[in-house]
Design a protein around this ligand. Structure first.
Ligand code: PEP
Ligand code: MN
Length: 338
């Protein structure tokens, strides 16, 4: 249920509405927009239906949300969410946000080299995995806390916030300490305990779409995080499993405008994991910006031939810099900045 408040509601009236909701044993989730404030109410709705909340001073209307997800829906919040990352970086506004860096943090030196290059080319956020969810248990699993330390140090030195993946609820405090954005990988999109855990965090979350998740399931996964109180969720389309075997996954660019219609959360696209091939990253990155993505996450490696993970899809720093120039033109053509 959504309670829309009148623009001129007083503090006293607002507190009274909150009190009434709590007295019914329900949980109010407040969203302050530029125009007006709305309250999402989670819990058994029939109790609310029996109470004529419309009659309380300061309440404009009470509406049911028909979608299974509530707080992430456009009904709950009509205007797009802009997530503040730090260092003046935002995701979801006019500016396209570019996250770039290696798949895995392999050592400090390669990270420094990559970070300097992507920053010089205009990237805003440094990516790098320290805990890697690898398909094979024999593949490189990441450097763990050492990798997180390298990431934070190099991010600071190059003036970029950092994004890294959390794979285990036991590591949340450690990852929170080093990361500016906590990534939940595709394989963990339906790990509901992990989602609830990052929902309790105040750090922004980059939630990647599951390999075989529908958009409905994706938005419900985001609802798990938001319903715990963390509204700073960035959705990431990273390709889904289809019958097509020419690319690693099939990048579902339909998801970008579809999600924008259904949800107020920002959407970024990962052209690296979706294609699995470095020469396809540029075309799909440009297409993503053209169709309304709020940002991109791109893998870059100084020497992809020797990369410990995802070398075939990693761009050389020089290729990334060239792509950034082209992306700027696409961004301007669709009324965005980069
Ligand atoms: C990654 O970003 O390194 C990654 C493992 O991505 P995904 O979860 O989308 O496969
Ligand atoms: Mn990767």
């Amino acid at each position: 249920m959504i309670i829309v408040l009148k623009p001129d509601i007083s503090k006293k009236q607002f507190d009274h509405v909150i009190e009434r909701i709590k007295a019914l044993g329900l949980k109010p989730m407040v969203s302050k927009g530029t125009e007006r404030t709305i309250i999402g109410v989670i819990g058994p709705e029939d109790q609310l239906r029996a109470q004529p909340l419309e009659v309380i001073a300061g309440v404009e209307k009470v509406m049911p949300v028909l979608k299974p997800y509530k707080l992430v829906s456009r009904e709950f919040k009509p205007e797009a969410s802009v997530i503040e990352i730090g260092n003046g970086v935002t995701i979801g506004g006019k500016q396209i946000a570019i996250m770039a860096g290696p798949c895995s943090v392999e050592n400090k030196q390669m990270l420094q080299e990559t970070a300097k290059a992507v920053h010089a080319a205009g990237a805003h956020i440094l990516r790098g995995g320290a805990y890697k969810p690898r398909t094979s248990p024999y593949a490189f699993q990441g450097l763990g806390e050492d990798g997180l330390k390298f990431l934070r140090d190099v991010g600071k030195a190059t003036d970029m916030p950092v994004v890294t993946e959390l794979v285990d609820t036991r590591d949340i405090q450690e990852v929170e300490q080093y990361a500016d954005i906590i990534q939940i990988g595709a394989r963990n999109m339906q790990n509901y305990e992990l989602l609830k855990e990052v929902g309790q965090s105040r750090k922004p979350v980059l939630l990647k779409r599951g390999l075989s998740a529908t958009i409905n399931e994706f938005l419900l996964a985001a609802e798990y995080i938001v319903s715990q109180g963390n509204f700073n969720v960035i959705l990431c389309e990273r390709g889904i499993r289809t019958f097509e075997a020419s690319t690693r996954f099939t990048l579902d660019l339909n998801a970008v405008p579809v999600i924008k219609k259904l949800s107020h959360l920002p959407v970024v696209v990962d052209p690296s994991h979706s294609t699995g091939a470095w020469d396809l990253v540029g075309p799909m990155a440009k297409a993503a910006v053209a169709c309304g993505a709020d940002g991109l996450i791109i893998e870059v490696h100084p020497n992809p031939e020797v990369a410990l993970s995802d070398g075939p899809q990693s761009l050389l720093p020089k290729t990334f810099a060239e792509l950034m120039k082209e992306l700027r033109k696409v961004a301007h053509a669709v009324g965005r900045t980069l």
